[in-house]
Write a protein that binds this ligand. Sequence first.
Ligand SMILES: [Fe+2]
Length: 432
Amino acid sequence: MTITNTFLDANFGPVHEEVTAHDLTVTGAIPPELEGRLLRIGPNPTTPPDPATYHWFLGDGMVHGLRLRDGRAEWYRNRRVQGDDGEVVNTHVVGIDGRTFALVEAGSQPVELSDDLDVVGTCAFDGSLDGAFSAHAHRRPGTGELHAVTYNWAWDHIRHVVVGPDARVRREVQVPVTGGPMVHDCAVTEHHVVLFDLPVTFDLEAAASGAAFPYRWNPDHPPRVGLLPVDGPPEDVRWFEAPTCYVFHTLNAYEADGTVVVDLVRHPRTFATALNGPNEGDPLLERWTLDLTAGTLTTQGLGDRPVEFPRMDERRTGTPHRYGYAVAIDRGFDYGAAVKHDLATGTTAVHDYGPGRVTQELVFVPRADTGADTGADAEDDGWLMSYVHDATTDRADVVILDARDITADPVATVHLPARVPFGFHGSWVPDR
Ligand SMILES: [Fe+2]
């Protein structure tokens, strides 16, 4: 019997060439305000892995970038990414202080990339990072600080790490936990960091038996969410009993009337039976409200359409938001479409990219990208950009939608000369 692995099939499979292509073909008109790079990263195993044991999270990294300038698609590049000593770094790519960093969780440190996406080398934020970093860091409102929560199977704690706008760590605080939880994401508000301690934990038996990815669903691990004061000591964490589930990604969190509100995508469980990647039940957008007086956590569904990769207008991180953007991942219903959630009206709008066309994570780019929200412009006044796989050509396009009306035809479509495998996360990195 041939063993197959979803995460090596079709557009999950790796590409083998590093491509550099200039002056790409465009349908429509690229808004001239869009001057910068649309970056994304994902797994792309360099040598053919064993399909029986390959885990999607562990494939060697490959970064993809499209550079826009003066209404032109100046170049597309993809490059292999590896940390010093062969470390796998494959989960997010971000711009900090004019520099480009590829990120991963669970023990490895960032890899700095050049503007043209070549590897500069492993970079522990110029030596200021003691431990590991995370793929997901969030900018605290009113500051240039990036807040992340990091973990490592060998630690008896998780860490709150704050990186300043100078790309140097200014806080690294240890919060005790038991059982070695996998902590993929966090959230930040004006006064709090939201910690997730959920029942996917390091599994010694799996590790001892040689599992490449030794984290498993653990029903004996009590699920909880913590609020750590952004400047406070670990003793000040307040823990709230949480639903039994797993959360890979938050959309946003904010403070309101004695509560902390966290919007997130809830998976019923993961890594219980499907051990090559997340694939155990419908992930749904949900609102968790943590009541600081009552000490309770209540949940409210925000949609019945399975989605993942939630993103928003990141100028509003940590403050109330109206819109959330995500990718529809139900294979029976709008699979691969873009979904815009209007949380004020409880409605959704959908952009279907067409037959055989599947979007990856959407990135919202505000029209007036000043780097700080002045509150003067509408939250959805900008563009949604993403890499879209076309199964009919087996190549990718970068599609630019008007975020105000995603049901309309794209503003522009940039045709890439290569396939971009389904991967994880990315960023729009403006030139200034
Ligand atoms: Fe993620």
